[in-house]
Design a protein around this ligand. Sequence first.
Ligand code: HEC
Length: 137
Amino acid sequence: MIKIFKLLQIVLLSSFGFLGLLSSASAEMTPAGQEALVKAGETMYQHRCRVCHSNDMKHPSYGPPLKNILGRKAGSVTGFNYSDALKNSGIVWNEEKLREWIKDNKSVMPGTRMRHVGITDKTEQDFILTFLKHISK
Ligand code: HEC
């Protein structure tokens, strides 16, 4: 019996560890905290991204729509005229790549058509990433 309990404990601990890796910012956060983060993210998105990006797949604006960006292959929205650099980058967008991109997209990908964006503050990056995750569900 004790053995089984131990085993259960190990399984539980390791799966929590895994969840922690998946969402480091929200492991202990309450739903209200999470909601606040998403709102902060939306505010940042409105200021820094919305002028060029809608999140409506049917009505792209100057930039490609960012709905479901997490896990999406770069340059893959049909009908959007991407630069060769982005189309051929081989990137699959994950949190780390998106963080690098919004920090300094022109260095990450010299041939991109996206104007330089330089969000260097880690908290502001977190806000935007939370929002991008939110519209990727
Ligand atoms: C001045 C307009 C403009 C702004 C501001 C802008 N973008 Fe972009 N973005 C673009 C364009 C244009 C592209 C396509 C670039 C290419 O084809 O090289 C793009 C591409 C992207 C891509 C790749 C999408 C894909 O389908 O692979 C991501 C991710 C992205 N932008 C995120 C952001 C985020 C997040 C912000 C705000 C922090 C932002 N962009 C701000 C114009 C903009």
